[in-house]
Write a protein that binds this ligand. Structure first.
Ligand SMILES: *[C@@H]1O[C@H](CO)[C@@H](O)[C@H](O)[C@H]1NC(C)=O
Length: 243
């Protein structure tokens, strides 16, 4: 969040690093995994109808807390299946067959944790706006390495499901899985080890006037687009800028 340091998702705000070239002192920051995954899905819709308010609920994988957290999930799952008690080490509560509030530091005054606050602050910086209102609830679920997010959006202008799906399908790095008849929508396993962010369950929010709201469900690999792939893409963009 340091002023003057671009925070970049190459598909979303490559213009923020347009002035950056390879060389001493060049710093470009990678956003948080849940922010990257949310904004890959929401940016094409924001471009169409301008997001006024965004409510995000996450279902986050163990990989976000590192290799030892992934190991903890394996170990506890094995233990519980074999009738043994789960032994929490990294997380304070049992992880296998359970879920819990994200483990990042909590701001005791507001009750928001760091992961949730990053979503708010980083989105404002990446989208260059102070006008979008965001709230988030971040939850750790017993999934290995792809995050899922339920996102509710309120727009300034009307936007239909057809317009939204067309914009999503046309956005680089996004794939739509939205089969209402067979109830086939993105799952963390669909996104695992994939570069794209998967979006589905795109529907008009019936609680909002006219066509001002949408609900969607998003899955993205936390290690790839949520971290390493994004950093590699930033590096590729930097090479292009320097050519
Ligand atoms: C995202 O932010 C949380 C909270 O500060 C942190 O624990 C986590 O390591 C970050 N993840 C990535 C991929 O930057």
């Amino acid at each position: 969040m340091t002023e003057g340091v671009p925070l970049v998702i190459p598909e979303v705000n490559p213009h923020h690093m347009a002035h950056c070239k390879i060389g001493k002192g060049t710093i470009i920051a990678n956003p948080n995994c849940s922010t990257i995954i949310a904004l890959m899905a929401v940016t094409p819709l924001h471009k169409l109808a301008t997001v006024k308010r965004m409510i995000v609920s996450t279902y986050q994988a163990s990989s976000g807390a590192g290799a030892s957290a992934m190991e903890e999930l394996w170990e506890q799952t094995r233990d519980v299946v074999n009738g043994k008690p789960a032994a929490p080490k990294i997380f304070p509560v049992q992880y296998a067959f359970n879920l819990f509030s994200h483990n990042s530091d909590m701001d005791l005054d507001s009750g928001y944790n760091e992961e949730e606050l990053k979503m708010v602050k980083e989105t404002a910086k990446i989208w260059d706006t102070k006008d979008v209102k965001i709230t988030a609830t971040c939850i750790r679920v017993p999934v290995m390495r792809a995050h899922a997010e339920s996102i509710n959006l309120e727009f300034e202008k009307d936007i239909t499901v057809q317009e939204a799906n067309a914009a999503l399908a046309g956005f680089p790095g996004v794939s739509v899985i939205d089969d209402r008849v067979n109830n086939r929508h993105p799952t963390p396993l669909d996104a695992t080890n994939k570069e794209d962010v998967f979006v589905g369950r795109v529907r008009q929010d019936i609680s909002q006037a006219s066509k001002r709201g949408l609900d969607l469900f998003v899955c993205g690999d936390q290690i790839k687009k949520g971290a390493a792939l994004n950093a590699v893409q930033v590096a590729e963009q930097l090479v292009k800028n320097s050519a």
